[in-house]
Design a protein around this ligand. Structure first.
Ligand code: NFE
Length: 568
């Protein structure tokens, strides 16, 4: 029996520690611990709820926008503000472009190197690499000369000994299965994706002034003027520029990302049999298509339990609770019970070992993440959950693309419940969203043509128009999954604020009754060839796309003050 500690898990956002018991080459038990504390909820108390989005957006720089949009929705829900249709369309474009960029970055820059061996790429034959690339896509950058150039560029990089992001990996590990040519093709696209994502996210600069942390959100709408005749507004020329970016996304996803995903997956089909996890999937739903109180959503909400695709249950947010039984928080003597986030508490109480430590006391508290549960059950959230709920709900485009990917890999729907299923679902979702964005640009154009330039509902701007005491909840599908913010507003100020982020759902520890969280459960049964180089653990954990920054923030285990920050 080996006790494996992976700390820090790299190529993620934030700080994550995994401990696992490996016996007979297989993970028998696992613990997921986030080693930082997030205090944004406390910073928000007493503030103007119209400012909350600007604070919460700083929870994370990777899923930038997502906490802003969720906060705005929570406050609008509490005070009864209704954004006009143009604001909904701009928000959908911002959210979808965030997701598309984030998924491409995850596939190439955070996850691909678990499957792609950089060192092996150096021995690839560029002519064979060109034939391989041309056999799977008509992407123009596929010549022998191009791949020879990439190989020489990477070789120069390696020869100088400046490995940068490629340092300290398990290159040459027997779990890497791609031939050198597939490795070289993937490395070339890793480099191209770096450039592509930087260009594509200009969508956010256009719609929000900058990225990360867009500046154009506003409770009741958006702060972006729309006017076809004004230079400083979203006008016809701006929309034409956005259309070009959307076209570039569709091209990159269909000609590079999806073909690469299928090529890599075809060598790792055994990973369709690992990493299933809890088998329960939760989706809040996203992309409102109208402006009603309960709008139709392009990607539906729902719950799937125990991998049963025959039934999609209606989601009821009242069934959400958070446990701190194994988390460094204090519920005032009642740590065995779960609390609904509307009455949730954030009282940090670090009881873990002083660093440096060898082991966490996993029988007690061992993470800064709480353990969220739905109807008492752990739920996986994220692209796989969204694609499963959409697939099982009969979403036409999702069904078509899921069917095509399964056919191409020659596997059945059961393969989706796996590490590989998570990777595939993320790619499918990227394509679905890249295709969909053009519809929202069309709708914006139509509204402009009809002289509907409304962007902000001012009727609820003044706090005197709000109830003296009100509560609201905002829901969103962030790239990593279901995100919820709950706000209590009293006399115009925030009385309480709680966020449950996707990585809290997925990476959270055991709950009151002792049930494992999704990361922990997904690791059970994972093969580990060499406990000193546990690449297989990273494959499954990375397939969730962890972001601990969303879950937590800064901590000093000695409880000393790190810095005093004045937030105005
Ligand atoms: Ni910091 Fe996030 C996303 C949120 S965390 S990346 O997506 O919310 O899971």
């Amino acid at each position: 029996m080996s006790h494996v500690v992976v700390d820090p898990v790299t190529r993620i956002e934030g700080h994550l520690r995994i401990e696992a018991e490996v016996d007979g080459g297989v993970v028998r038990d696992a613990w997921s611990s986030s080693t930082m504390f997030r205090g944004i909820e406390l910073i928000l108390q007493g503030r103007d709820p119209r400012d909350a989005w600007a604070f919460t957006q700083r929870i994370c720089g990777v899923c930038t926008t997502v906490h802003a949009i969720t906060s705005i929705r929570a406050v609008e829900n509490a005070i009864g503000a209704t954004p006009p249709p143009n604001a909904r369309l701009l928000r959908n474009l911002i959210i979808a472009s965030q997701c598309v960029q984030d998924h491409v970055v995850h596939f190439y820059h955070l996850h691909a190197l678990d499957w792609v061996d950089i060192v092996s790429a150096l021995s690839a034959d560029p002519a064979k690499t060109s034939s391989l690339a041309e056999s799977i896509s008509d992407w123009p950058k596929s010549s022998t000369k191009y791949f020879a150039g990439v190989r020489d560029r990477v070789k120069g990089f390696v020869d100088r000994g400046q490995l940068g992001p490629f340092a300290n990996a398990y290159w040459g590990h027997p779990a890497y299965k791609l031939p050198p040519e597939a490795n070289l093709m993937a490395v070339a696209h890793y480099l191209e994706a770096l450039e592509w994502q930087r260009d594509f996210i200009r969508m956010h600069a256009v719609l929000g002034g900058k990225n990360p942390h867009l500046q154009s959100f506003l409770v009741g709408g958006m702060a972006t003027p729309i006017d076809p005749d004004q230079q400083a507004s979203i006008n016809v020329g701006t929309i034409a520029g956005l259309r070009e970016l959307v076209a570039s996304a569709k091209e990159f996803v269909t000609k590079v990302y999806i073909p690469d995903l299928l090529a890599v997956a075809s060598f790792y089909k055994d990973w369709a049999g690992h990493g299933a996890g809890v088998g329960n999937y939760m989706v809040y739903g996203e992309y409102p298509e109208d402006d009603g109180r309960q709008p139709a959503l392009y990607l539906p909400s729902g719950i799937i339990r125990a991998k049963n695709l025959a039934t999609v249950e209606r989601l009821d947010p009242a069934k959400i609770t958070e446990y701190v039984t194994h988390s460094w928080y204090d519920y005032g003597g009642g740590d065995e019970k779960g609390l609904h986030p509307a009455s949730g508490e954030t009282k940090p109480n670090y009881t873990g070992p002083k660093p440096p430590y060898e082991r966490l006391d996993t029988a007690k508290k061992y993470s800064w993440l709480k353990a969220p549960r739905y109807d008492g059950q752990p739920m996986e959230v994220g692209p796989l959950s969204r694609m499963l709920v959409a697939y099982a709900s009969g979403h036409p485009r999702v069904k078509e693309l899921v069917g095509a990917v399964l056919a191409k890999l020659n596997v059945g729907p059961a393969a989706l419940f796996s590490t590989l299923g998570r990777v595939a679902a993320r790619g499918i979702e990227t394509q679905v969203l890249a295709e969909k964005m053009g519809d929202w640009l069309d709708a914006l154009t139509t509204n402009m043509a009809n002289h509907d330039l409304r962007i902000h509902d001012t009727s609820k701007w003044d706090p005197s128009s709000w109830p003296a005491d009100c509560t609201g909840a905002g829901f969103h599908e962030a790239p990593r999954g279901a995100l919820g913010h709950w706000v209590h507003i009293k006399d115009g100020a925030i009385a309480n604020y709680q966020c449950i982020v996707p990585s809290t759902w997925n990476a959270g520890p055991r709950d009151g009754p002792g049930k494992r969280g999704p990361y922990e459960e997904a690791l059970i049964g994972t093969p580990v060839a060499d406990p000193e180089k546990p690449i297989e653990i990273l494959r499954t954990i990375h397939s969730f796309d962890p972001c601990m920054a969303c879950g937590v923030h800064v901590v000093d285990a000695g409880k000393r003050e790190l810095a005093r920050v004045r937030v105005l």
